[in-house]
Design a protein around this ligand. Structure first.
Ligand code: G1P
Ligand code: ZN
Length: 543
């Protein structure tokens, strides 16, 4: 077994996005594509000799190939140990936990999250740092710079490592330990939540459906919900991970979980429905006759977190990504705790969590999490909901309505225009930016503009600045329009429009969402001219 230094040539497209490097599998299959990127990551890090690296993925097509390459490159670069989930599996939050729990130097998370898998689908590699969270921009910028000039990578000429059985092996000077992907994560969940109360809830006849979408949360949900919490067998559906997600789209939204939604809207259906995405960091929450928007879920979880043992002392603060609705802000205000608005992407929560300034974080894109790891965590959100339901002994619908009656309701929707020509999308956002300065004070469709800017974030912990994070136009009544380009798309540009309108506590809480937001939808069109410029008559996806 010898270390080999292999000559390579750079690829121009290895710029990490919102969540690592996400590309079509066919792009990843190009010669040395994986090798270049992983070597560029290691070249951008210092002080890992002899240290531990965690590697795991969501099991999608190409996971098995990339993971073997990653282990060899880690060994050749001088890592002392690799911790890898059995079968190459680790959900993203579980990987974050393993990094933290075993005090690893960092980790490689192999996933394209909720994007489809299979040979025609997507793949991704993300580097997480020692706190368990996605690498900050300082590192991802360095990695990108390195990918542009990389000319060699190091690897080991060794046969594939057996990842099928738990235990320890050696390759070269490095130890590879294959671990149970579920165990440490399940232990952490048991510490945070009142498993006794949730067990009683299930024993009392409460029924739920959890859709693992043929993705990584299957084994976790089977073990925790049906095993430790005694939910009846069959509670978890689509619970066996498949490399192509059974040719499905592992995105837990109302489009891909329509069947579950319909089931929850029928009188004979279960009390509670939930789902998670490809890599287990997103969540969908539906109660009987009540879909909970992710923005509302964040606010509700923050307001009720003290009912779970892990948060019984209260929460230090809340952070949300800028496009997420302001529902959580009202909770923070009432609790008298810090509230932070950050750019899109979980990496921006890391510093706030590390500094103990916030406990709960969330994004409108179905991500919620806390300081227990440094990633969003789908099953965590489901378990916190179950804990709250077990303690409050009310339905999801009752809890949501009481929340609105206390804090008011933030009607909220996101309109996505996918696979738009990049030049058109960029010009659209640029032109919009150019018009912002003239907007404050104007009255548009009866709404007075309070502010209009391109969001710049000043990290209060490390002082760094992130500019151009999305155009926002805020109105005096609490309504808001946000327009930004996605950083995770793999083809063309995805234009995201986020709309929100606030109804006070004693206002109307039963309007249909799109109807409630119609004036803002019209206003966005007149400001940005999306239809005219893109030729699209309607969004590709409405959530
Ligand atoms: C999307 C979501 C964002 C999330 C990210 C990774 O990024 O909008 O909230 O953090 O996926 O899951 P975007 O495509 O908008 O850049
Ligand atoms: Zn995900």
């Amino acid at each position: 077994m010898t270390i080999q230094t292999i000559k390579t040539t750079p690829y121009a497209d290895q710029k990490p996005g919102t969540s690592g490097l996400r590309k079509r599998v066919t792009v990843y299959q190009q010669p040395n594509y994986v090798e270049n990127y992983i070597q560029a990551i290691f070249d951008s890090l210092e002080g890992f000799a002899g240290q531990t690296l965690v590697i795991g993925g969501d099991g999608r097509f190409y996971n098995d190939v990339a993971i073997q390459k990653a282990i060899r490159i880690a060994a050749a670069n001088g890592f002392g140990k690799v911790l890898v989930g059995q079968g190459g599996l680790l959900s993203t939050p579980a990987a974050s936990n393993v990094i933290r729990h075993y005090k690893a130097f960092g980790g490689l998370v192999l996933s394209a999250s909720h994007n489809p898998g299979g040979p025609e689908g997507d793949f991704g590699i993300k580097y997480n740092i020692g706190n368990g969270g996605p690498a900050p921009e300082k590192i991802t910028d360095a990695v990108f710079a390195r990918t542009k000039v990389i000319d060699t990578y190091k690897t080991l000429d060794t046969p594939d490592i057996d990842l099928g059985s738990i235990g320890t092996q050696e390759i070269g000077d490095m130890v590879v330990e294959v671990i149970d992907p579920v165990k440490d994560y399940a232990t952490l969940m048991e510490q945070l939540f009142d498993f006794g109360a949730i067990r009683e809830l299930f024993a009392s006849g409460f029924r739920m459906t959890f859709d693992a979408m043929h993705a990584v949360t299957g084994p976790y949900a089977h073990a925790i919900l049906e095993g430790m919490l005694g939910a009846p067998k069959g509670t978890v559906i689509n619970g066996t991970p498949s490399p192509s997600f059974n040719d499905g789209h592992p995105d837990p939204n109302l489009v891909y979980c329509k069947e579950m939604y319909d089931l929850l809207m029928t009188p004979t259906g279960p009390n509670f429905g939930a789902a998670s995405d490809g890599d287990g960091d997103r969540n969908l929450i539906i109660g009987k006759n009540r879909f909970v928007t992710p923005s509302d879920s964040l606010a509700l979880l923050a307001a009720n977190a003290h009912l779970a043992p892990g948060y019984k002392g209260g929460i230090a603060g809340i952070a949300r990504s800028m496009p997420t609705s302001a529902a959580a802000d009202r909770v923070a205000e009432k609790l008298g705790i810090e509230m932070h608005e950050t750019p899109t992407g979980w990496k921006f929560f890391g510093n706030l969590l590390d500094a103990g300034r916030v406990t709960i974080c969330g994004e409108e894109s179905a991500g919620t999490g806390s300081n227990h790891v440094r990633e969003k965590d789908g099953l965590w959100a489901v378990l916190l909901w179950l804990n709250i339901l077990a303690v409050r002994k009310q339905s999801v619908d009752e809890i949501v309505r009481e929340h609105w009656a206390t804090y008011g309701r933030n009607y909220y929707t996101r309109h996505d225009y996918e696979e738009v020509d990049s030049a058109i999308a960029n010009a659209l956002v640029d032109d919009l930016r150019g018009r912002l300065a003239g907007l404050p004070g104007q009255v548009l469709q009866g709404l007075e503009v309070a502010y209009a800017d391109d969001f710049t974030y000043h990290d209060p912990v490390d002082g760094s600045t992130s500019a151009k994070q999305g155009v926002r136009v805020g109105f005096k009544d609490g309504s808001r329009i946000v327009v930004r380009l996605s950083g995770t798309g793999t083809v063309g540009a995805t234009l995201r429009v986020y709309l929100e309108r606030y109804e006070p506590a004693d206002g109307q809480h039963d309007l249909e969402t799109q109807a409630a937001l119609e004036p803002l939808i019209k206003l966005t069109e007149s400001l940005a001219g999306i239809k005219a410029r893109t030729g699209r008559s309607e969004p590709s996806v409405i959530t």
